[in-house]
Design a protein around this ligand. Sequence first.
Ligand code: ADP
Length: 501
Amino acid sequence: MGEVTLSGRVQSFLAAGPQPMWIGGAWVPAADGAVLPSLNPATGEPLCQVASAGTEDVDRAVRAARLAFEDGPWPRLTAAQRSAYLYAIADAIEAHAEELAQVESLDNGKPVTAARQADVRKSIAHFRYYAGWPTKITGDTVPVSVPETFAYTLFQPVGVCGQIIPWNYPLLMAAWKLAPALAAGCTMVLKPAEQTPLSALYLARILEGVDLPPGVINVVTGYGETAGAALASHPDVDKIAFTGSTEVGRLILKAAGDSNLKRVSLELGGKSPNIIFADADLEQASLGAADGIFYNMGQDCTAGSRVFVERAVYDRVGAHLADRAAALRLGPGLDEATEIGPLISQEQLQRVEGYVAQGAREGARRLAGGDRPTDPGLRHGYFARPTVFADVRNDMRIAQEEIFGPVVTVIPFQDVDEAIRLGNQTRYGLAAGVWTRDLRKAHRVAAAMRAGTVWVNSYGSGAVEMPFGGFRESGHGREHGFEGIRLYSEVKSVLMNLAGE
Ligand code: ADP
């Protein structure tokens, strides 16, 4: 345990000066030379600068992706050849796993141990899973009611995809977007968040070694309002895939509608309920609920930010959560002893502190946290101590608005019906958890939750094989599994007349 020594490759990457973008198989700066800094959230210091794309750069990347799609070898490869590329990408990431974990920890702030065990490992698994798909994407032959007709369906790549991703799991979100799109035969322009552009650029360097045809994957770095908006409204982008806030999801949907009605998939915010019944294993449930909100500093769209507890065990679970919150070890991501790192930015820190103050004004009772750590070594980073609020009503702002930070609201309920009713009282619908030993209760709640994923006696595990996405204002569409392939495909019906000669 202790501070990780940065790998030589990562050191020279960071020292290399403004990082160019990966467009059409070449490293290029922004057309106007603009750059933006990426900060280290543990210190507030700049890590390095990256190109800041404008409309012209986005256009260049879209043209490269279009050329690769229309004239390049990519869509014409056999399925087995595409599959081999995806396996090669997974192997290449694996060969550079430690470097990627370090870059991710530095740029995002998360513990390097989490970056290794979760982000990088899951990214590799994601590419391996989708590497198996190209050879298994099949249409149907259909017994149509048209006489003497042979009819079948074809899955074809949707075309040029814009992919806009957030800062909470930068590398993993890139993998979630790139892998299924590659498997389906698309070409793409990936835009990482301006707060965390480094792992996507590092991935592009790694991909250089895999020798994908130029223009299949392009990475543009830049601000959301400029580069992101240019991608969402680009008339030659066939599909936009977005993960981020509900607010920006709305803008993207509008930009898509106002430009060329491009396909849109959205994975947005959440305010997920985690329901603990008195008959649950309370130790396991409290630990799971703490992990469900504090993992990744609560910067997670599935964060279990509303914990509903059956009245009989309300105080006990609240106390467990508060103990866990107080015990979590805060520190810089590169320290292997760190359990939770800083928030992503000053803005995010202020947002979290604003909600903590709001909770107090609304009359919630603070059981833990709510302040910054006193350790002088953490003074300049964006650190907030994990916060637990009890005596929360579900209609308080802290129980209805997505905080995207380590703040949990603990709310009592009387019976199954009330738990379901309160749990579903939200504009979101990404995930839910239920903790009980009673099978009937578990299935009843799982069926009743208006949420895309329900965990029973666990919280937060992700499986690439299982569809993932939201009900209501948590989004459109499902990623993972075959649903991920569907998101990047057009389905064509072919009807062939067999009558005559
Ligand atoms: P957060 O609020 O958590 O920072 P955002 O939804 O703002 O998340 O950001 C997620 C991604 O969306 C980032 O890559 C960001 O640059 C991008 N983005 C932000 N605003 C826009 C916009 N108006 N159009 C397109 N993309 C945007």
